[in-house]
Ligand binder design. Structure first.
Ligand code: KG4
Ligand code: ZN
Length: 334
C-alpha cells in the first residue's frame, strides 16, 4: 500500500514537540524544544509557564520539523496530536494547533493517548510481536500494559500512589538536586553504595500494582534523622539505595508478568526508561530468557512527537479519525 506521512504534535507537559514519521516506523524529522531551564528555579513544572512556552515555541518547532524533513504540507497524510493525559493548559495548545492546521490544510485529525505514544516509541526501532508487555515508567505514570494487538491496551498493574519518576524527583528535591531529579539520582547512584536497605513494596502476592510513596517517606525520614543526629549520610549512597529499591520492584514485577502472560516481547517506555540502573537490571534479567526486551534510545524515552506520530499512524491506518470536538483531556484513560 501507499506510504503514509504523519505529522505528530506533543505538548502534554514541558516539551514542545513536532515530528514527521513515515509509515509509523521511520523518523523523517523530530524536533523537541525543552522548557526545563524555565521550570528549574521552581523545582518542578509550573503549568501556566508551560502553556505560555508552548504557545511561544509552537510555530518555530513546526517550521523546523518541515525544514528538517524537506517536505511540504502536500506530503502530509494526517495530523496526530496528544489529547491526554497531561496538564490541561499545555495539552490545549497542541490540540488547538492540530485542529487549526487540520482545518486549514484539510487533513485528517487523530487524537493520541500520551502513553500509547510512549509505547509506540519502541516500534520506531523494531516491529512489535504480540502479545507484548509494556512497562511504562514516567513522571506521571507507572503501568504494566498487556497488548494482544495494535491499539488495544490492557492495564494489568499500575501505581497506587506516586509514579516512579515522581518518586525520583521528590527524593532529588530532598537532596537539593536540581529538577528533573531522575538523571541526577541516576548519576549519583552510579558512584554510591547500597548501604541502606530501603523497603520494597511488593503488595499482594499476585499483584502487578506498584507503590512508591512508602519508599519515598522512608528515604525522607532517613535523611531527616541523619541530619538531626549530625550523622554522616552520603547522598550518593542514599541515591544508590533508593534506586536499588525502585529498580528491583520494577524489574521483578515486569519479569513475573512477562512469564505469566507468555509474552513474545517486553518493551519499556517513558522518561525513567532512560535510567541506567533500570536498563542494566532489565537487560540482565531478560538476557538468558527467550523473551526479547526492547528499550528505546534515550532520546525517544522522554517526551517527543515522533512517538505520537508513530502511535497516530497505526490509529490512522485502522481508520480512527477525531472530530472537530476533539478536546484536551487531562485524565484520559488508555
Ligand atoms: O516521560 P517523561 O519525559 O515525561 C512524562 O510523561 O512524565 O518522564 C519524565 C520523568 C521525570 O520524572 C524524570 O525525572 C524521569 O522521567 N527521568 C529519569 C531519568 N531521566 C528522566 N528517572 C530516572 N533516571 C533517569 N536517568
Ligand atoms: Zn511522557
Amino acid at each position: 500500500s501507499k506510504d503514509n506521512y504523519i505529522l505528530g504534535i506533543e505538548t502534554s507537559c514541558d516539551e514542545t514537540a513536532v515530528a514527521i514519521v513515515k509509515n509509523g516506523k521511520k523518523i523523517i524529522s523530530n524536533v523537541v524544544s525543552s522548557q526545563i531551564e524555565s521550570h528549574k528555579r521552581f523545582g518542578g513544572v509550573v503549568p501556566e509557564i508551560a502553556s505560555r512556552h508552548h504557545v511561544e515555541q509552537m510555530t518555530f518547532v513546526l517550521e523546523e520539523a518541515f525544514d528538517q524533513a524537506k517536505l511540504t504540507w502536500d506530503d502530509i497524510d494526517a495530523i496526530a496530536v496528544t489529547e491526554g493525559p497531561g496538564l490541561v493548559g499545555a495539552l490545549l495548545v497542541g490540540v488547538n494547533t492540530a485542529k487549526a492546521l487540520a482545518f486549514a490544510k484539510q487533513k485528517p485529525l487523530v487524537g493520541v493517548h500520551h502513553i500509547a505514544g510512549h509505547i509506540y516509541a519502541n516500534r520506531l526501532d523494531e516491529e512489535f510481536q504480540f502479545p507484548l508487555l509494556a512497562l511504562i515508567v514516567s513522571g506521571g505514570h507507572t503501568e504494566l500494559v498487556l497488548m494482544k494487538e495494535h491499539g488495544i491496551y490492557e492495564v494489568i498493574g499500575e501505581t497506587r500512589d506516586d509514579a516512579a519518576g515522581e518518586a525520583y524527583d521528590k527524593v532529588a528535591r530532598m537532596l537539593n538536586l536540581p529538577y528533573p531529579g531522575g538523571p541526577q539520582i541516576d548519576r549519583l547512584a552510579a558512584i554510591g553504595q547500597e548501604t541502606i536497605s530501603f523497603p520494597r513494596a511488593w503488595l499482594e502476592v499476585d499483584s502487578f500494582d506498584f507503590s512508591f510513596s512508602g519508599l519515598k517517606s522512608s528515604v525522607i525520614n532517613k535523611i531527616h534523622n541523619a541530619k538531626q543526629r549530625g550523622g554522616e549520610l552520603k547522598e550518593e549512597d542514599i541515591a544508590a539505595s533508593f534506586q536499588a529499591s525502585v529498580v528491583e520492584v520494577l524489574t521483578e514485577k515486569t519479569w513475573k508478568a512477562a512469564n505469566k502472560y507468555n509474552v513474545k516481547q517486553v518493551i519499556v517506555a517513558g522518561g525513567v526508561a532512560a535510567n541506567s540502573g533500570l536498563r542494566k537490571a532489565l537487560d540482565k534479567k531478560f538476557e538468558d530468557s527467550n523473551i526479547p526486551l526492547l528499550i528505546p534510545p534515550l532520546k525517544l524515552c522522554t517526551d517527543n512527537a515522533a512517538m505520537i506520530a508513530a502511535a497516530g499512524s497505526i490509529a490512522f491506518e485502522a481508520g480512527k479519525r477525531s472530530e472537530w470536538d476533539l478536546n484536551a483531556n487531562p485524565s484520559l484513560t488508555l
